[in-house]
Design a protein. Structure first.
Length: 677
């Protein structure tokens, strides 16, 4: 189909060569052997070095800094438990990082289950060994899986630990998780206590990635905000601070106001606040007389500006939110609605959580006994009980705050009601001119429309399936970009009967969404979008779906192609990363070309292959494929002088006669490049 529709510079399709059987018709026995000898048993910390991504999410710069978080979180757990008041963090040359606290110190006495080894060595060399499972040593903690320190130990070339305990100093060194000797008593330490860990990440795992001073400083600063009882002393070799970076070489981080100080600092003195920041903390409701922890919050209601919700659990950032955020949303919504009932404000019932969250900046920190996270990197809290506990603790305080400030509460309620009314008004304005195109869609909400009404300023993306549709909806510009997911491969209109075409629901939905009719009823002036963009996966199946859609438009809406309104999106197949630099490649050849031209020679390049649009992070999809400022679109055209040739080629490749396709394949077989994979 490439010579039917303009696709500037697209490479020839490569076909994978299947594995060849032996002359006897059977696969090579040595390659197929599967018995007890094929079963590997990974012991100690070997699984971590084999599959670091399972434990820290990858081997990129983010994963590298996760090592720092794991060690710092252990010291923070000591502080939150009331045993440490000061944590020192120092970044040195050659990618060395030191974290030291004045807590109780990791136990160094022999472990009861392994009497020939100290508890310190057991903790640092055994996965799922630690003092945070039973809840006896820590009421709440961020290190929950017993893998943090041992994982860091496994992924470092050098790992040095010192423990000052009972007025004596102990030391042990490791390399790639292997002890270089036993725990040794160094001498007396009358004026010191706690644990110091100094380590250097392994370049075999992380390549050229190095700790960034600015990123570590922000981490320390956020931890100090999260627990007002701790002081974090930051220091860094000045040579490691990049030019123009405001990161200080030394700083003492202590914030008695906690999250209130953090939110004030983030918003700045000129923030357009509707009311003073509401901040506080409260104990979570007990269960059978046992404390479940506590919650701290700071909430600013904004007249304008960007809303945000930043949450933590046991000082661990949860960028993907979770059940504690759900509880906070419920507390705010129910609080506003209850205040509306109390003040006889009938319109308060139309307010939704999104009306409120669209006008607030929130920082929420939960300290929970035995929390459950999604994955070892702990980016989302999944503890079911956290939702109700957070809601109950916050709701009571929010009700009291509203009652104590009635004039402010009335103003805030009026503001969120106005936002709700504006939301409903926009929905009505959007639905009215688009009603004819959306009223009969088989799946309500299947078409996610844009809000702008001028057709020439909008575009619709046709994608395969709900998964790709979900990513596209998150990546789109809601004002100008609509998304219509189609179920699987659409009907091949070149070989289908008219009855099948008219009965096909996917095509009926597509025709209704476009609004311009087909065939004799086609009216370009009624087309509801300025561009129609086919966006499919960057693989063979995606190319097939694009071919089917182009055939549909060529056969049923040819004037749309002639008007230059049909486009092909160009999603990349690979993401290439080296340090802070990221580029994208369209195919294998482009990948190799950019590895050679865009990155430093002999430095590791991390290559990620996108499995499809549904697997592509919305940020990447927006940056590479949907953002008009950065994307590449191919316009589909059928040249007037080649109409007869185009018509013949569509009929031969997509029509009802398979013998024509077979003849085409035979004729062009020698031009296909075979790729050994």
């Amino acid at each position: 189909m490439s010579d039917l529709f303009s696709s500037t510079g697209s490479p020839p399709q490569k076909l994978a060569r299947p594995e060849r059987a032996s002359s006897s018709g059977k696969a090579d026995a040595s390659a197929q052997q599967y018995d007890a000898s094929a079963i590997e048993v990974l012991e100690g910390l070997e699984p971590v070095r084999r599959r670091p991504g399972m434990y820290i999410g990858g081997t990129d710069e983010t994963a590298l800094h996760h090592l720092a978080s794991e060690i710092l979180d252990n010291s923070m757990d000591e502080a939150v438990a009331g045993h440490a008041t000061t944590i020192d963090v120092r970044l040195e040359r050659d990618n060395w990082l030191t974290v030291r606290d004045n807590g109780r110190g990791i136990p160094v006495d022999p472990h009861p289950k392994f009497p020939d080894r100290s508890a310190l060595e057991v903790i640092l060399t055994t996965l799922h060994a630690g003092g945070k499972f039973s809840g006896k040593a820590y009421a709440t903690s961020g290190g929950l899986h017993g893998v943090g320190s041992s994982v860091v130990n496994a992924l470092t070339t050098s790992f040095e630990v010192e423990v000052a305990k009972d007025r004596e100093l102990w030391r042990q060194n490791y390399s790639r998780g292997i002890p270089l000797g036993p725990v040794e008593k160094v001498g007396a330490a009358p004026n010191r206590r706690g644990t110091q860990i100094r380590f250097q990440p392994d370049p075999e795992i992380f390549g050229a990635h190095a700790f960034q001073a600015a990123r570590l400083y922000r981490l320390c600063r956020s931890k100090a905000f999260l627990f007002r009882g701790v002081t974090i002393r930051w220091s860094c070799d000045p040579a490691l601070i990049k030019a123009g970076d405001a990161t200080p070489p030394e700083a003492v981080l202590h914030f008695p106001g906690g999250l209130a100080d953090s939110l004030s600092d983030e918003l700045g003195p000129q923030a357009p606040l509707l009311a003073p920041i509401w901040a506080g903390d409260a104990d979570l409701p007990e269960t059978n007389g046992v404390s479940n922890g506590r919650v701290e919050w700071a909430i600013a209601f904004l007249e304008s500006g960007e809303a945000r919700f930043v949450s933590f659990c046991n000082t661990i950032p949860t960028p993907q939110g979770g059940t504690h955020e759900t509880g906070c949303r419920a507390a705010l919504l129910k609080g506003f609605r209850a205040w509306g009932e109390q003040r006889s404000a009938k319109r308060a019932s139309i307010v939704t959580a999104e009306d409120i969250l669209g006008a607030v900046a929130i920082q929420l920190s939960l300290f929970l006994r035995d929390p459950q996270f999604q994955g070892q990197t702990k980016e989302k809290l999944t503890s079911a009980e956290a939702s109700k506990l957070t809601e109950t603790a916050l709701r009571d305080r929010f009700d009291h705050w509203l009652s104590a400030n009635p004039s402010q509460a009335d103003a805030l309620l009026a503001f969120v009601v106005e936002r709700a009314e504006d939301r409903l008004r926009r929905r009505e304005q959007k639905d009215t001119p688009r009603k004819s195109a959306t009223r009969r869609l088989r799946l309500p909400g299947k078409l996610t429309d844009c809000t702008r009404e001028r057709a020439e300023e909008t575009e619709i993306f046709l994608v395969e399936g709900d998964s790709a549709g979900g990513s596209a909806k998150q990546a789109r510009n809601r004002e100008t970009q609509a998304v219509l997911p189609l179920r699987g491969k659409i009907l091949n209109v070149a070989s289908a009967s008219t009855e099948k075409l008219r009965a096909n629901q996917e095509l009926k939905d597509l025709i209704e969404a476009l609004g311009c009719g087909v065939g004799d009823r086609f009216d370009l002036d009624k087309l509801r979008y300025g561009r129609v963009i086919i966006m499919t996966d960057a693989d063979v199946d995606g190319a097939h779906i694009a071919s089917l859609l182009m055939t549909f438009f060529y056969r049923e809406l040819p004037e749309l192609i002639r008007a230059g309104r049909l486009y092909l999106a160009q999603p990349p197949l690979y993401r290439l990363t080296q340090g802070a630099k990221t580029v994208y490649a369209m195919d294998d050849a482009d990948r190799e070309r950019k590895i050679k031209s865009a990155f430093k020679v002999n430095a590791r390049v991390e290559v990620s292959r996108f499995k499809g649009l549904g697997e592509m992070p919305p940020g990447d999809l927006k940056e590479t494929t949907m953002d008009p400022a950065r994307r590449t679109l191919l316009r589909v055209v059928a040249l007037p002088e080649d109409r007869a040739v185009t018509r013949e080629r569509v009929e031969s490749l997509m029509g009802r006669k398979p013998e024509l396709r077979f003849a085409f394949i035979q004729e062009h077989a020698r031009s296909v490049e075979v790729l050994d994979i």
